[in-house]
Structure formats: structure tokens, C-alpha cells
Design a protein around this ligand. Sequence first.
Ligand code: PLP
Length: 231
Amino acid sequence: MMSAVGDNIQKIREEIAKAALRSGREPSAVRLMAVTKTVDDDRILEAIEAGVDIMGENYIQEAKRKIETMDVTVKWHMIGHLQSNKAKYAVRLFDMVHSVDRMGLAAELDKRSAAAGRVTSILIEVNVSGEESKRGVRSDDAPALVREIARLDNLSIRGLMTMPPWCDDPEDARPYFAALRELRDRIVAEEIPGIGMRELSMGMSGDYRVAVEEGATIVRVGTAIFGARVY
Ligand SMILES: *Cc1c(COP(=O)(O)O)cnc(C)c1O
């Protein structure tokens, strides 16, 4: 019998496929990340059982415990705010960091990656709305940040990530998703050596369908898979 988590994942996959087809994209071009902050190991295992192979975590401590004790072969991505002094843990624990939004953090991740003998995949987090309270580099400043980070040998830029302002109606998020895609296209046109711009990490439980229609390649879904978070 399929678990509730498994049922939810199956429905979300169907919705992702429909949204992709509506916009003339291949469903396989979109990867589903299960956002597992506060979620216990048993339910994470149900998600893995249902075929999800990317887990998104927000906090180093919590992620470290899960990654080191759960015996699973999935990818773990860091999607939360990262302090520079935690860069050394992030490099060891994660396959990708979605929340790089400043040169100081990038430099620290690069240094720690070099020390660990690895290259860390990253996304640049962009504050598309320009709201004061939001993390992320401003859209206008993003190309310069990408050019600067592109020179670091031990980081590999793979694309962009955003969180739109919170809204009731997912349609209200559409302009922000479209803006991230257009920013990506502008950066691609610059032909900056040594970077990739394939990934657009955007869309959460309430608005992932719209994000897929606007070009998301990774959607980050928590509540719609696991139910409301209990802190
Ligand atoms: C918590 C979180 C999500 C998942 O949000 P839901 O609304 O529960 O799907 C996605 N992205 C980031 C960066 C988050 O912190």
C-alpha cells in the first residue's frame, strides 16, 4: 500500500508533468526536491521509497544529523541561509548549495572546497522582488556576482534560485519566476567561461505548477508532501 507521503508525491509528479507539457517542456526536465526540514526520518524514508532522490535542508545541525545517521543514497541540497562560518560543514555535507548570495560566502565555500579536495556545485540566490526583508543578490547585481564567483576554481555555478514574496494566489508569483528565467537568459548571453546556467530552482508547495510553466528545473516542495511542519 502506498503511504500518504507516497500518494502526495505521485500527485505532485502528475501536476509537474501536466505543467511541463502545458508550457511545451519535457516532464523529465523538472526534478522534485523534498524539503525535509523538521521532517522525521521515517517520513523521509517514505519519500525516498516513492522515488524522490533530492532532499532539501535548511539548517546545518539538523542536516548533519540526518545525513550522517540515515543510510541512504540520495542527494542533499542546502536551501537555507548559510553563514560563512558554517561553510566548511556545508561543503562536506551537501551536493549543492542553493543559497549563495554574496562574495564573502562564495570565497569561504571555495576555500573550504579546495581544502576538502572537491568542487562544490552552487546556485546563486536572487532577490527578484527587491524586498528589503528578502535574502539574495539583487537582480541588477547578479551578473557581476556570477562573473566574480566564476573565477573561483572550487565552485561550480549551475544556475539561479529564488523565493518570490509570499502570496495567496500562485499567479502573483508568476512575474518573479519569469524574471528569474529572463535574468538567466541575460547571464547566458554574456558567455561567462566556466559556468552553467541550466538550473532554475523555484516553486514551492503553493506555486510549483506556475514555476514549472515558467521554466523551473528544480521545485522545492515540503508541506504538499509531508503536511504542515511542526517546529
Ligand atoms: C521551507 C522551504 C521550502 C518548502 O516550502 P513549502 O511551502 O513547505 O513547500 C522551499 N524552499 C525553501 C528555501 C524553504 O526554506
